[in-house]
Design a binder for this molecule. Structure first.
Ligand SMILES: *Cc1c(COP(=O)(O)O)cnc(C)c1O
Length: 225
């Protein structure tokens, strides 16, 4: 169930810090999405391609759907008609496949480059050592049906605030480096998607422009076994 007070809290924070709030609705039903909508929330994040497609199809035109999970190339086709931002481009292969589908749909698809900033190896993303390669790649000016809008990262799942803060600061540095060396005149390149329910304050301090908040928007739910 959506917790109205918590939603208000995050809406206030996002205005205060000029951060967009992406309400993560993964594993939540359409009633929860509608509850958020009635509170004025229009941007939602999903981490499964078919869930994004199904919710976007079933719900309202003026809702905005962001894809935040690991995207397999064979699932791209399901989200292309509905997605307004893909947060999780983590390989050139994936980017080129997205471009191909976008071209077929005569669309320009917005995306973020996901960087691996966490300690856990299970998390996806480009390594920071790839920045030079990325810049060289972008100079080739391929993928005309896509627009790079910035970067995204997930911090290590830990209580160590200092560590999490350092990881977010590093992502901000990655953003700045890409901005300086390639995207200087690209006005679209302006987003730093970082911060979740457990670490959004640290992400804001480090310069987040987009918070992906899931569990903190909802009340504890009864679990039926
Ligand atoms: C689930 C998820 C979130 C939201 O996590 P919460 O801790 O529930 O706020 C943010 N980003 C990604 C990529 C996720 O998969």
């Amino acid at each position: 169930m959506v917790n109205a007070a918590k939603v208000e809290h995050f809406k206030k924070i996002s205005v205060q810090h000029n951060c967009q709030l992406v309400a993560v609705t993964k594993k939540r039903g359409v009633e929860d999405v509608m509850d958020l909508y009635r509170q004025g929330q229009k941007v939602y994040g999903e981490n499964r391609a078919l869930d994004l497609r199904d919710k976007a199809k079933a719900l309202l035109e003026d809702m905005e759907w962001h894809f935040i999970g690991h995207l397999q190339t064979n699932k791209i086709k399901h989200i292309i008609p509905y997605v307004s931002l893909i947060h999780s481009v983590d390989s050139f292969n994936l980017l080129e496949a997205i471009n191909e589908h976008a071209s077929k749909h005569k669309k320009i698809v917005n995306y973020l480059l996901q960087f691996h900033i966490a300690e856990e190896t299970a998390k996806y993303g480009f390594d920071q050592s790839k920045i030079t390669d990325l810049i060289e790649y972008f100079k080739l000016d391929k993928n005309k049906h896509t627009t790079c809008c910035g970067v995204m990262g997930m911090a290590t799942f830990t209580d160590n605030k200092k560590k999490v803060k350092q990881e977010f600061v590093r992502l901000k540095e990655v953003f700045d480096e890409l901005k300086t060396h390639y995207f200087k005149n690209h006005t679209h390149f302006k987003e730093i998607s970082m911060g979740m329910s457990g670490d959004y304050e640290l992400a804001i301090e480090a310069g987040s422009t987009m918070l992906r908040i899931g569990s903190a928007l909802f009340s504890e739910e009864k679990i039926f076994i």
